[in-house]
Design a protein around this ligand. Structure first.
Ligand code: NAI
Length: 252
């Protein structure tokens, strides 16, 4: 079993990788020997720090690219660079995402555009270029970070839930389309995870959501990273088109 978990010599990319869930995922993949490309939208200094940390701690190859996942030309250039250096790609983790809440009357068209651009178009652009590279070796695993909100919805989150339901829908379609190339596509639907993203949730809403967690604790970025390891490795080599809820039992 240990060898199935070994990601030595493989190459992966994680979007939105410098903090929160993305950073935990990057460390988990690196700990199993995977060479990594980290993406971040801003802060070159932090990106460099993260890369150096991974190289020192795990003795892997690591590179970073600063770009907005909703900019197709920048996404394309990143995959060109991956091809130049490695000629292969084994894993894509579509993690970058934004959450903005508004009750229905307050939703602006700018808010709709930005959330859909990042959470949906960004995922599709990365999936497109990643699957082209993976197709060369007839092997790959694409993991899309969706959300429990994309499955059950939430007050004030019409736009965010629409974006995450879209991620689940596109995961099913891509899984069907790419299976013949041995590229697996799955989604993870995290519950309520302790990161910067939820730090501004108002206390009453926070308590209401927390009450629904059967395991009686918030999730950690590490809880999500462990599931990504499963989907990235050969432990899941016959698993595709699935949505894995990692939510402490919020849906039961
Ligand atoms: P976070 O806000 O700490 O991290 C998101 C990362 O994505 C940041 O590094 C941010 O800079 C990056 N990012 C945002 N827009 C980007 C863009 N246009 N291009 C490139 N990078 C961009 O939040 P967290 O919690 O780590 O979120 C990670 C993923 O997990 C997101 O897709 C989020 O929707 C999802 N999620 C989080 C949950 C939570 O409770 N924290 C629950 C369910 C899903």
């Amino acid at each position: 079993m240990e060898s199935i978990f070994n990601l030595q010599g493989k190459v992966g990319i994680v979007t939105g990788a410098t903090r929160g869930i993305g950073w935990s995922i990057a460390q988990a993949l690196a700990s199993k020997g995977m060479n990594l490309i980290l993406n971040s939208i801003s802060n070159q200094e932090l990106l460099n720090e993260r890369i150096n940390e991974l190289k020192e701690n795990f003795k892997i190859e690591a590179d970073g690219f600063l770009f907005d996942v909703s900019e197709p030309n920048s996404v394309k250039e990143c995959y060109n660079q991956i091809f130049k250096k490695y000629k292969r790609l084994d894993v894509l983790v579509n993690n970058a995402g934004i959450m903005k809440d508004a009750l229905i009357p307050m939703i602006s068209s700018e808010m709709i555009d930005r959330i859909l651009d990042v959470n949906v178009k960004g995922v599709i652009y990365n999936l497109q270029y990643a699957s082209r590279l993976m197709g060369r070796n007839k092997s790959g695993s694409i993991i899309n970070v969706a959300s429990i909100i994309g499955r059950v919805g939430n007050e004030g989150q019409v736009v965010y839930s629409a974006s995450k339901s879209a991620v689940i829908g596109l995961t099913y379609s891509a899984a069907k389309e790419l299976a013949s190339q041995n590229i697996r596509v799955n989604a993870i639907a995290p519950g309520f995870i302790e990161t910067d993203m939820i730090k501004d949730v108002p206390p009453d809403k926070f308590n209401k959501i927390s009450e629904n967690i059967k395991m009686k604790r918030l999730g950690t970025p590490d809880d999500i990273a462990k599931s990504v390891l499963y989907l990235a490795s050969d432990l899941s080599n016959y698993v595709t088109g699935q949505v894995l809820g990692v939510d402490g039992g919020m849906l039961v």
